[in-house]
Design a protein. Structure first.
Length: 269
């Protein structure tokens, strides 16, 4: 694995109790990192921290709902109290949506998705930034291909991921002279349970996965490529060749990319 993470790198990872966040934590644990894991479910989070300690890391669990500014501030404060420094922030916490916009009964889902996906990453970054400047550290933002193209049934989710792209691309330029790198990750379908927790029609949790899981990228590969990019301080990673082709086509025949996005959702891949 290409990396220049030092032994004992102190990393805060949000959404660390499952999916991409948990696998990133596992892989950093094997490198001897010191981890501060954040998620909303205390029991699942402590289980993740115990697993990381078993892999050789120092790890603490800090139950956090990133949609609340005060909890984001507490998360970063706990990291500094425990380890005295902060080297890496992985903004991974997120919630998805599998419904047409006109299938929502009210705007509660809009507020919830925006607060978790976009504002949560902004809040955590705000409180972490003074410490990351001192260590010339890294910021990693787990976005989505929906942050680059419009996708049906993902309207608000896509909007929050577009917002993340704009925020972190701008921040990268601002932080260039401070030595803090900003890496944005754009996965496609990944084999996690995020779809089961997605908001569906009527604003209710979906509880099922309308995605062909066999066609999704293994979470281990997604996490490995994420850490390779962060370790090398790369600007961004677009994880599939089809997505890279789609971005080229978007500039030439955007309507064709709309049709590709629609078919991908219909096929669940």
């Amino acid at each position: 694995m290409k990396r220049d993470f030092q032994q004992g790198n102190v990393a805060v990872i949000t959404g660390a109790s499952a999916g991409i966040g948990l696998e990133v934590a596992r892989q950093l644990a094997r490198q001897g990192a010191r981890l501060v894991l954040a998620a909303r479910d205390p029991a699942l989070l402590e289980r993740a921290a115990a697993e990381c300690r078993g892999l050789g890391a120092s790890a603490i669990a800090v139950p956090t709902d990133v949609s609340h500014r005060s909890q984001c501030e507490h998360l970063i404060d706990r990291a500094i109290q425990e380890f005295g420094r902060l080297d890496t922030l992985v903004n991974n916490a997120g919630i998805s949506m599998h419904a047409r916009f006109d299938e929502l009964d009210d705007l509660e889902a809009v507020d919830r998705i925006t607060a978790i996906n976009y504002l949560g990453s902004v809040y955590c970054t705000f409180y972490a930034l003074p410490h990351l400047k001192r260590t010339r550290g890294r910021i990693v933002a787990i976005s989505s291909l929906t942050g680059l193209v419009g996708v049906p049934t993902r309207t608000i989710y896509a909007a929050t991921k577009h917002a993340m792209a704009g925020f972190f691309d701008s921040l990268r330029i601002e932080l260039k002279r401070d030595g803090v790198s900003v890496t944005v990750i754009y996965p496609g379908f990944v084999a996690t349970d995020i779809a089961e927790r997605a908001i569906g029609p009527g604003g209710k949790v979906l509880g099922r996965r309308p995605v062909a899981k066999h066609a999704a990228m293994p979470v281990e590969e997604c996490a490995r490529r994420t850490l390779e990019a962060a370790g090398g301080r790369k600007r961004e990673v677009i994880m599939t060749g089809r997505a890279r082709l789609g971005l080229i086509l978007k500039a030439i025949v955007p309507a064709a990319v709309d049709r590709m996005s629609e078919r991908a959702i219909q096929r669940g891949r």
